[in-house]
Design a protein around this ligand. Structure first.
Ligand code: PMP
Length: 355
């Protein structure tokens, strides 16, 4: 006799981590991690908190909440933290949608979206991307029903790197009922250099039904410490705190995030380098014959379709671990110049006819 388990959960695909390199010497470009090691000031801040790990962390994430509120000129009531922005996303979904409720998002997008929606017992409504890899906001607006509770907009989109413009998002918001929350997931926002892109915080200020999701994992390089936050309408942020597991954000993560905010100038140099490498990688790919769309993330997207497994096998043989979406494409994270060079060699090799 099996113990009773929710049917929806047993049928769910578990979230899969990108391929790991082990001791193969391969370059792991499968998880959109930051290629730079932690800043010395950040490791010092973490070390300074090691003597306190027998104590619970500040559950209110008080100091950091004040810093983020000041940085974005919002009230502290509007800021809510979690163990990575994926946890805050989970809180947003659980607070907004349950059985019978619908959550709209673009697809393909971040793999966790449909999983978290189903874990909450709600119904995922994935809307296909346009041919140029962008959110189809017209189709997303048309998919709104009286059951719609939440809409996720991933900007820039993982894994395609496409972005939503300010004008497009305003036109979209005009079609969203005022009682439906729109979440702008800006996990890769720091890498977005297109001036026409929508900026989540501007939409938060303008509309009472917009929340923004930020993370310290990507541009700030704290993926291993798990810390992210939402800037959300007061009532929503209060519910995120109700939904959150107690003490989810460690003191080490809080100290590291504070030290990162102190080092923003230093970090922005690194972000610029990653963006510069992205530009170099995209032009080298095009020069070698690849047709690739622009990306505003710290990754590039190869729409390899049915050839995905074949290309991925070449990449693996060349020591490049990418994130493969069979039948769709490959997402490759921008790494160090050395890693990117090896990726470009692999990409060129994958274009050669098989002998
Ligand atoms: N949103 C998007 C679009 C992502 O790609 C990711 C990470 N892959 C996350 C959120 C979650 O990141 P984290 O939990 O590390 O903040």
């Amino acid at each position: 006799v099996m113990v009773h388990q929710r049917e929806t959960i047993s049928r769910l695909p578990a979230y899969k981590q990108g391929a790991t390199a082990g001791d193969s010497g391969a370059f792991k470009l499968s998880s959109n991690e930051n290629p730079f090691p932690p800043l010395a000031s950040v490791t010092r801040a973490i070390a300074s908190a090691l003597g306190e790990i027998h104590l619970y962390p500040s559950m209110a994430v008080a100091e950091l909440t004040d810093r983020i509120a000041a940085r974005f000129d919002v009230a502290t009531e509007n800021v809510a933290f979690g163990a990575g922005s994926v946890e805050v996303l989970s809180q947003l979904i659980h607070a907004s949608a349950g059985a019978g409720d619908e959550v709209i998002f673009a697809w393909r997008s971040f793999e966790a979206y449909p999983i978290l929606v189903q874990v909450a017992g709600a119904t995922p409504v994935p809307i296909a991307l346009t041919d140029d890899e962008c959110h189809d906001l017209t189709a997303m607006a048309a998919a709104i029903t009286p059951q719609t509770r939440l809409i996720l907009v991933c900007n820039p989109n993982n894994p395609t790197g496409a972005f939503v413009t300010t004008d497009e998002l305003h036109a979209f918001m005009a079609q969203v009922p005022a009682d439906v929350l729109v979440v702008v997931d800006e996990a890769y926002g720091h890498f977005n250099r297109d001036a026409s892109s929508a900026v989540g915080i501007d939409f938060f200020r303008r509309y009472p039904n917009v929340a923004v999701l930020h993370t310290f994992s990507k541009a700030y390089g704290l993926a291993g410490l798990r810390i992210g936050y939402a800037i959300a309408p007061t009532a929503v942020a209060a519910n995120l705190r109700r939904v959150a597991l107690p003490f989810g954000v460690t003191e080490l993560a809080q100290r590291a995030a504070l030290a990162s905010l102190d080092a923003e100038a230093e970090l922005s140099v690194r972000i610029d380098e990653i963006v510069g490498e992205r530009t170099r990688v995209l032009s080298a790919l095009r020069a070698s014959g690849w047709r690739v769309t622009d990306s505003q993330g710290n990754f590039v997207w190869l729409r390899t379709g049915d050839g995905t497994d074949r290309v991925n096998a070449v990449f693996t043989a060349e020591g490049i671990l990418a994130r493969a979406f069979p039948g769709e494409g490959l997402r490759v994270t921008i790494g160090t110049p050395e890693q990117n060079d090896r990726f470009l060699v692999a990409a060129a090799a994958a274009l050669l006819p098989v002998t």
